[in-house]
Design a protein around this ligand. Structure first.
Ligand SMILES: Cc1ncc(COP(=O)(O)O)c(C=O)c1O
Length: 455
């Protein structure tokens, strides 16, 4: 594959050396796929295949991937739905459903400045990988060479450091997430300007609701981000790649906050802007152990003519398959089938069922904010939030590790300390998502007692 169409878009220019180099050759999955359709005898893939009746009493006279018969005691799906490998970038049915789910979320957007946004035909088929962690690993390698820079807020998911920096050797450049209690949008743009002086592309990762603070922007803030990004792109000729880490999409608890990914607004914002949506089942469908994530590119309407679009999609698909096949090979088959069952039942139905958990989390969120206010004293502040699974408490004078240790040892409350002198962070992340409502007041009371003990 020569990627002639991809090369005409700003996406190709923005790729890392690996991104430019990688492709999925017509390997085993290609020949197996062909053999399934064309062969009388299929001697392609290295999985043990035979008649079910060979291995199970009363089994079917059907060729399938052999499985240990005991598995059927634990799994209620037919063995065809868990024993064999899933296709490299996911089961087509699941990918179609996840694409529809992405479109559905845009059409039912919560508080985005443009209201409901229809991205049908404007996105690539989601490429399925092993959770959002894996999608961040793959996509950052795809766009960034070792030594290149990515922009993150200082308050960020701790694992970014391991994935982006320790694994992929990318330099993380941070801006202060908040400035006087407000989202520091200028900080993002200033860093973009700085980086554009030394790098031929600008890469940014946005995560709303944010881990560790729970921050969800307001509609006005999203609009400000969009305006500033557009101005930046107008004045710079460099591709701007935005990874939207949408792990907590949908978990916003306040009417003033945006509950849908900024990704939808980024598509078509500017020809040089390349938005990538990273979402998945872990939090959205409460299936953390399912390890199912998706990588989806937003396509600017100026990039391709109608006739080029299909070729572009094939080329992107080939690159994504190359990335997946050369790292994790393919993702969990069983959980994709489970998700097919769930999503096939209708998105509204899934949301209705999830809503019980959403409402519980919402109550815990407000209880956390109220309890913090009730017990607050000098020396601790809470970051603005609005959604997600956590709140973040900044501690003035006591090292956060010492604070968390005392809180745990003396008051038996476990929290997660985050300390970075360089990024001016010293605080604890409180995962209200895992505290029963009736224990929330007590949690914050004990946090306050810890402060009194140590000050
Ligand atoms: C911001 C953020 N991104 C990504 C992830 C990882 O998601 P997954 O479990 O799908 O890999 C998490 C999980 O904690 C997270 O907080």
């Amino acid at each position: 594959m020569e990627f002639e169409t991809l090369k005409k878009t700003p996406v190709f220019k923005a790729l890392s050396s690996l991104g430019k180099r990688i492709y999925q050759p017509n390997g085993i999955f290609h020949w197996t796929g062909r053999a399934k359709k064309e062969a009388e005898i299929n001697a392609t893939i290295g999985t043990a295949v035979g008649f079910e009746s060979d291995i199970v009493e009363g089994g079917r006279e059907k060729l399938l991937t052999y499985y240990l018969p005991e598995l059927k005691q634990y799994i209620n799906l037919p063995p065809e739905k868990f024993a064999s490998y899933a296709p490299i970038a996911g089961i087509p049915k699941f990918r179609d459903l996840w694409e529809k789910w992405i479109i559905y979320k845009g059409k039912n957007a919560i508080n985005l400045p443009s209201g409901s946004i229809d991205v049908s035909g404007k996105i690539t088929k989601p490429a399925i990988c092993n959770g959002i962690t894996n999608s961040i690993f793959l996509i950052s390698k795809f766009f960034l060479n070792p030594g290149e820079k990515i922009i993150c807020p200082n308050k960020k998911w701790g694992n970014y450091n391991s994935v982006l920096h320790l694994q992929n050797q990318i330099e993380i450049e941070t801006f202060q997430f908040f400035n006087e209690g407000q989202l520091n949008i200028n900080g993002i743009i200033e860093l973009m300007q700085q980086i554009s002086k030394v790098q031929d592309k600008i890469v940014l990762i946005l995560n709303f609701p944010n881990n560790p603070t729970g921050y969800c922007p307001t509609k006005a803030e999203i609009q400000d981000i969009l305006n500033l990004l557009k101005n930046f792109c107008d004045s710079s000729n460099k591709p701007v790649i935005i990874f939207c880490d949408d792990a907590y999409e949908g978990y916003s608890y306040s009417d003033e906050r945006v509950g849908t990914s900024i990704f939808y607004e980024l598509i078509d914002l500017h020809p040089n802007l390349i938005p990538i949506k990273l979402d998945g089942a872990s939090k959205e469908i409460l299936m953390y152990g399912g390890r199912t994530g998706a990588i989806t590119l937003g396509i600017h309407s100026s990039w391709l003519s109608i006739s080029e679009k299909e070729i572009f999609l094939k080329e992107w698909e080939n690159k994504m398959q190359g990335m997946i096949r050369s790292t994790i090979s393919n993702s969990n088959h069983f959980y994709q089938e489970v998700l097919i069952e769930i999503l096939n039942g209708g998105f509204e139905k899934m949301e209705e069922s999830r809503n019980k958990i959403y409402e519980i989390l919402k109550k815990r969120y407000f209880a956390s904010i109220n309890a913090f206010d009730k017990y607050k004293t000098d020396g601790i502040t809470i970051d603005p939030a609005g959604g997600g699974f956590f709140v973040f408490i900044n501690i003035d004078k006591i090292p956060a590790n010492e604070f968390a240790d005392h809180l745990l040892k003396k008051y038996k409350v476990g929290t997660f300390p985050v300390v970075s002198e360089k990024e001016e962070i010293n605080g604890i992340r409180v995962a209200f998502c895992s505290i029963p409502l009736e224990k929330i007041d007590e949690t914050f009371k004990r946090i306050n007692l810890t402060l009194s003990d140590l000050l």
